[in-house]
Design a protein around this ligand. Sequence first.
Ligand code: TYD
Ligand code: MG
Length: 450
Amino acid sequence: MMGAMTKNRIEHVCTDCGTTHSKWAGQCSGCGQWNTLVEEVSVAAVPSIPPAGPAARIGDVDPHASTPRPTSIGELDRVLGGGLVPGSVTLLGGEPGIGKSTLLLQLMASFPGTALYVTAEESAQQVRLRAERLDAVRPDLWLLAETALPHVLAAFDDTRPDVVVVDSIQTVHDPALGSPPGSVTQVRGCAQQLVNTAKQRDVPVVLVGHVTKEGSLAGPRVLEHVVDTVLAFEGERHHALRLLRATKHRFGPTNELGLFEMAGHGLVGVPDPSELFLGDRRTGIPGSCVAPTIDGQRPLLVEVQALTTPAPPNVPARRTTQGIDSNRLALLLAVLRQRARLPTNEHDVYASTAGGVRLAEPGLDLAACLAVVSAMSDTPLPADLAAFGEVGLGGELRQVAHTPRRLAEAARLGFRRVIGPKSAPEPDDDRLRLLRVATLPEALAVAGLS
Ligand code: TYD
Ligand code: MG
């Protein structure tokens, strides 16, 4: 395994990206973050060399050796491009409480074959209780409550698993590495040994990595280069919706979006997100506009809401956003003021996406503008109208990617008129009328807001 020499020296390691510095500095030269360097005694670990593999004729290489095995969790398989590849290591990162342990226990419950769940954070009893709630108690699911890495590796021999979860990588430690649990040296050293073991045994391993704002634990970024796949699990704390994305994936695309809802009996896949997002929509209310957006490959109809109130004199108007980038909103309000001559500066503006979905997509611009003007003028938009397109600084409406998919999704959910950029292609569905406009003022006129 890890051949570690005993030449100790002090290093300054960035807890965010893992760059080592010989001297302390306020800012990490690797990632530019401030105050992320911590002192670590590094046991100058010599990276272990995996067993030698002989060169092979290309025709003799098995092209299906990295075929993914479906996990039987549809939304997870979607993001992974089919499932978990044997011998690969996947890191599941996310804030504490977002649902990482829940998702992985569900994975362990349904993955075909023997499963080994290493809990280095919660007790075996706690995991057992949760497993009951998730209906995950089955004879070939093995539980190991352990933090010492050598014991974790030994359990691979004892249980001969087809899949392994280590929850979390920040709480396992290898006594041979010297530095304290949770340090960059530990996290990286333990992950490297798990990577080697996964490869040797051809078993998929999933590591949990907490992302914390304080940076007291070595974050998942220090592991990005060590693992094959990095998944990010996100969501707003007070909403049930959870988004899963691959930020690195050696075996497939990184642009697929998986959606779950946290329910009383665990995470449930959301096959029809547009329906979920529009479920609580009230029509005929000013300050609301639906946008057909795209996340990865997935069309999502999202309602943008805006509320405006007169700003008190002599103080800068307030701009508060949720789910929308606040700088983007500020830009759109400036364009509305300069290009459509609307006094946005005299209004406090609150804007959000319904359902807690966070979107950074230029296709949302036009709907955000229409929602704001609808709120300012107290004029609701027609219930069957949606809008999409990027708004330029000149007030022009610009083309965005995947227009046919956006239009098809709008038509499927009952929208009959969509305002879009003038170069947008004709929709496939003849129930839908595409209203092409060149500028923001034109869009306001078509929407009945001017
Ligand atoms: P958890 O998986 O422990 O999060 P993480 O491992 O990322 O820290 O999820 C914790 C939250 O999920 C907790 O607030 C309770 C909630 N939860 C449910 O709502 N339903 C469930 O069935 C389970 C198991 C958890
Ligand atoms: Mg957990």
